[in-house]
Design a protein around this ligand. Structure first.
Ligand SMILES: C[S@@+](CC[C@H](N)C(=O)[O-])C[C@H]1O[C@@H](n2cnc3c(N)ncnc32)[C@H](O)[C@@H]1O
Length: 208
């Protein structure tokens, strides 16, 4: 069966299972970079630049969760980060990212244990365009925060679709209430200007 790459943006926000998600990104991987460039995809650089504002040592390891083809890794490098690992459930997206040589290490995420590493392994983590309907759930916010040591940072984006999802909004509000977590940065702006979609960028810090 050939690759079905019609209306990928519509499909991306209507996914209902991980099988559908993997199929979409398998079909989309070859043309993802060019289509995202055409729509003016602003979020990777917005997120990486926001993270850089709160990170004094940019040589510490950063994990790019849902790294896809590496657009978020490229944005991290441009923002000054030098040690970046990437992980994603889609083999096809990772296959595009690999030859770009952006990442120290790239792994296919096993979603059952995707954060199976010790607390403090990463000075910062980032999830650009990943927490969304049909993608990683809002509970990912909590999973990531649990893996930060004191001073650790988590930068992520929520686009308009994600911001209106009750599960994701609930997880965000729960994170706001955590006494050991501070919201350092929260900024609404361009996501995919070519299709009129915006996103909020967050940077959370573990403070105690
Ligand atoms: C819109 S792309 C973003 C890719 C990259 N971060 C970027 O900014 O271009 C979403 C990525 O999230 C990945 N993804 C989907 N569900 C996920 C999950 N549950 N956990 C981690 N990544 C997931 C997809 O495979 C895809 O590569």
């Amino acid at each position: 069966m050939g690759k079905d790459i019609s209306n990928p943006f519509d499909k991306a926000y209507k996914l209902t299972s991980m099988d559908e998600t993997k199929q979409l990104y398998a079909d989309w991987s070859d043309t993802y970079d060019s289509q995202l460039a055409e729509t003016g995809y602003a979020t990777p650089q917005r997120c990486a630049d926001a993270l850089a504002l709160y990170c004094s040592d940019k040589s510490g390891p950063v994990l790019d969760i849902g790294c896809g083809t590496g657009l978020s890794g490229a944005a991290l490098l441009k923002a000054g980060f030098s040690t970046i690992d990437g992980t994603d459930p889609s083999e096809d997206m990772i296959a595009i990212a690999g030859p770009k040589k952006l990442y120290r290490d790239l792994s296919i995420t096993d979603l059952s244990n995707q954060l199976d590493f010790p607390i403090g392994t990463y000075a910062a983590m980032i999830a650009v365009g990943v927490i969304n309907i049909g993608h990683a759930p809002g509970s990912t916010i909590h999973l990531v925060l649990e893996k930060l040591s004191i001073g650790g940072l988590f930068a992520f984006s929520l686009n308009d679709h994600a911001l209106s999802d009750p599960e994701i909004a609930g997880a965000l509000n729960a994170a706001r209430d955590l006494p050991h977590i501070s919201i350092m940065h929260e900024e609404y702006g361009d996501h995919l200007p070519g299709i009129g979609l915006n996103a909020k960028i967050f940077v959370l810090k573990r403070t105690a």
